[in-house]
Structures are given as C-alpha cells and as structure tokens.
Write a protein that binds this ligand. Structure first.
Ligand code: ITT
Length: 196
C-alpha cells in the first residue's frame, strides 16, 4: 500500500520509511500543496489538523505526525512550538539559546514526544503516541539527524542523537515508537476492512 506522509520535513519521511513494514510504502507530499495551518493546542490536535488538511487536498489516506522537545526546567518549552521557536533562524542558534536558558539549571531532564495519526476519506482515524526520555547535553554535539538532535541525550546513552545517528534513533526514538504502534493498528484495521 502506498500512502502519503503528510509532512514537509524530509527527515521525518526518511526516519519513518526505515521502520515501515513491507506492505507500506511512504510517499512524500507533492511540493505544490500549501502548508497546513498548525493552530492546535496539543500535539494531537496539530497532528490531526495536518493530516486532515493534506487528506482533503490529496483525496487520499495519509499519515502525519506532530512532535517536539519538552524540557522540564522550562515547563515543557519549546513543546508544540519546537519548530516555530525562533522561526527562520538556524538550529545551531536555537540550540545555543536553549543551552543558555539552562545555565545553572538543577535538572536537564527532557523528552521528545511524537503524536502520529492515520486518517482516511472513509472516516477512519487512528492515533499513537511515542516518547523518548533523556536530558539536554551541556553542549551541541554531532551533526546527524535534524532539529534538536545534537543537544538531546536519550536515556541509557552518553551521546546525543546527533552523534548516535539513524540506526540507534530508529530503534528508540519518539517517532519510531509512535509509528511502529500506528503501523500495527493500521495493519489490523486494514485487514478487517479487507474482510468487509
Ligand atoms: P511538518 O509539520 O511538515 O511535519 P515540522 O518539522 O514543522 O514538519 P513539527 O511541526 O512536528 O514538524 O515540528 C517538530 C519540530 O520539533 C521539529 O521541527 C524539530 O524542531 C523538533 N523535533 C521533533 N522531532 C525531532 C527529532 O526527532 N529530532 C530533532 N528535533 C525534533
């Protein structure tokens, strides 16, 4: 089954394609589609907004995700605003600002969160959530991955996602956890529908 991944972020497509089961081939969005508005107040609302927007434009089932970094000392910031925080500036600058905000912080605990959804024109809506706990490093390390990967050290590791790279990330990341569960649910539901 070919299915659109309703994202404008090519890193997400690459990460999720690595863990997609054999029967599911993810396709990137055609570039001509206008960006979905993200005005929800939670990861789930934003994931649904995105998925429904692109499903309406394509007339086909899609998967989508909304994700972000939550830092406990900053009360969950940047959270659902992870992409919009200092919009237009590069991630090195964003990460430098975050590291400054954490100077002297008693705790650097943080997590990546991903809400994945599947929607189809027949009204099927499925959702799955994935989390990876960890901490914010003392400095920017590594150049693999994207976004905040070079300052996030997942639990059980000493290196950042930026140093660990895609093979480790695909095992333990918030996105891989959410999409593995979503794909399991999709397989069950699509099988049931095939029997109808
Ligand atoms: P789409 O909305 O088109 O999917 P996006 O990158 O804007 O692309 P989000 O709105 O979900 O996606 O924002 C997620 C942001 O959270 C992302 O841009 C990064 O800043 C951060 N983020 C999420 N997952 C991440 C990951 O695996 N590694 C590093 N940063 C991540």
């Amino acid at each position: 089954m070919k299915i659109y991944f309703a994202t404008k972020n090519p890193h997400k497509v690459k990460e999720v394609s690595m863990i997609a089961p054999k029967g599911i081939e993810l396709m990137p969005l055609p570039p001509s589609i206008p960006d979905a508005p993200e005005k929800g107040s939670s990861f789930l609302e934003n994931a649904l907004f995105k998925a429904l927007w692109y499903m309406e434009h394509l007339g086909q089932a899609v998967v989508a995700d909304d994700s972000g970094l939550e830092i406990d000392y900053l009360e969950g910031f940047p959270g659902i605003n992870s992409s919009r925080f200092m919009q237009g500036r590069d991630y090195r600058e964003k990460m430098e600002v975050i590291l400054r905000m954490l100077e002297g912080a008693p705790s650097r605990s943080a997590r990546f969160v991903c809400q994945a959804v599947f929607v189809s024109p027949d009204g099927t809506v499925l959702g799955a959530n994935g989390v990876v706990e960890g901490r914010i490093a003392q400095s920017i390390r590594g150049d693999k991955g994207f976004g905040y990967d070079p300052i996030f050290v997942p639990e059980g590791h000493d290196k950042t996602f930026g140093e660990l790279g895609e093979s480790v990330k695909s095992q333990i990341s918030h996105r891989s956890r959410a999409f593995r569960e979503l794909f399991r649910m999709m397989e069950i539901v699509l099988q049931l529908k095939g029997r109808e």
